[in-house]
Design a protein around this ligand. Structure first.
Ligand code: T3D
Length: 258
């Protein structure tokens, strides 16, 4: 992993380019450490996740999954429980916005890792592949949850059952991701967004994430109650006071993330 700080933005780069940034256990552990640092450092107010080289992430490193005739099959439920599921939960629960810059192919758990981020930008040459069905597996890392919610059941089923590459522009047109941009401006655009978010009211953004995360499991009454509670909390932040003051003073706000 590469971990860099630029002001309030932490940039995390998956860094096994010769394997299209496929996950091995060491990479999981390092990414978990990076995300713990991000969560605990109040000066980091936005995260940018991307991949090194020509791919974003090809999911699990299949080189680690070759089993001989006589050997016992690995317990994949165990790796989901201990590595992939905590990663997806960590990203969704992180009280800071996460931008994903998908620089190339995102396959298997790599595709669903991107979908777990808050705002997904992709290079036009990138693509998304639910590759699991090609090797006899089930979409994981939240795939069966994100896909139907983002693109509807018909498209989710075809993506999961066929395992075809979905080009970035089609993914954006279907609402799977936020936007597809020309390759050469991907990182510039992603950094622009990340720095904008790092200067925004961080607590308010965290509460927005919480509300949207809860929304898919709530009915309207429960969501209205939750909005009431979160708005109460947002209304007590320093940033809200500053936002109102700046608006009335007709000047740009100076949010400090408190
Ligand atoms: O196991 C568990 O713990 C359960 C959890 C599972 C989560 C999962 O993610 S399961 C799904 C695993 N991922 C895949 O099945 C995707 C496999 N990769 C591909 O289908 C293709 O590589 C891509 C569609 C991603 C890209 O295709 P392409 O043609 O652009 O590149 P390529 O030539 O296939 O790959 C380039 C190199 O990366 C190549 O190595 P080489 O020949 O240059 O030495 C290829 O073997 C390597 N590579 C790509 N993906 C993986 C990989 N090596 C190991 N594991 C990979 N997943």
């Amino acid at each position: 992993m590469l971990f860099e700080r630029d002001g309030g933005v932490a940039e995390i780069t998956l860094n096994r380019p010769d394997r299209l940034n496929a996950f091995n256990e060491a990479m999981h552990r390092e990414l978990a450490r990076c995300l713990e640092t991000v969560a605990s450092d109040p000066d980091i107010r936005a995260v940018l996740l991307t991949g090194a080289g020509r791919g974003f992430c090809a999911g699990q490193d299949l080189g680690e999954r070759v089993v001989g005739e006589e050997e016992r099959a690995p317990d994949l439920g165990e790796t989901l429980e201990t590595l992939y599921n905590p990663l997806i939960r960590r990203l969704r629960r992180l009280e800071k916005p996460v931008i994903c810059a998908v620089n190339g192919v995102a396959a298997g758990a790599g595709a669903n890792l991107a979908l777990a981020c808050d705002i997904v930008l992709a290079a036009r040459s990138a693509s998304f592949v639910q590759a699991f069905c090609r090797i006899g597996l089930v979409p994981d890392s939240g795939g069966t949850w994100f896909l139907p919610r983002l693109v509807g059941d018909a498209r989710a089923r075809a993506l999961a059952l066929l395992g075809e590459k979905l080009p970035a522009e089609q993914a954006a047109a279907w609402g799977l991701i936020w936007r597809a941009v020309p390759d050469e401006v991907l990182m510039e655009e992603a950094r622009r967004l990340a720095h904008g978010l790092a200067a925004a009211p961080t607590r308010g953004l965290a509460l927005i994430k919480r509300a949207l995360n809860a929304s898919w499991g709530n009915d309207l009454d429960a969501q209205l109650d939750l909005e009431r509670d979160l708005q109460r909390e947002a209304g007590r932040t320093e940033d809200y006071r500053e936002g109102v003051r700046a608006f009335l003073d007709k000047r740009p706000p100076r949010f400090r993330g408190r």
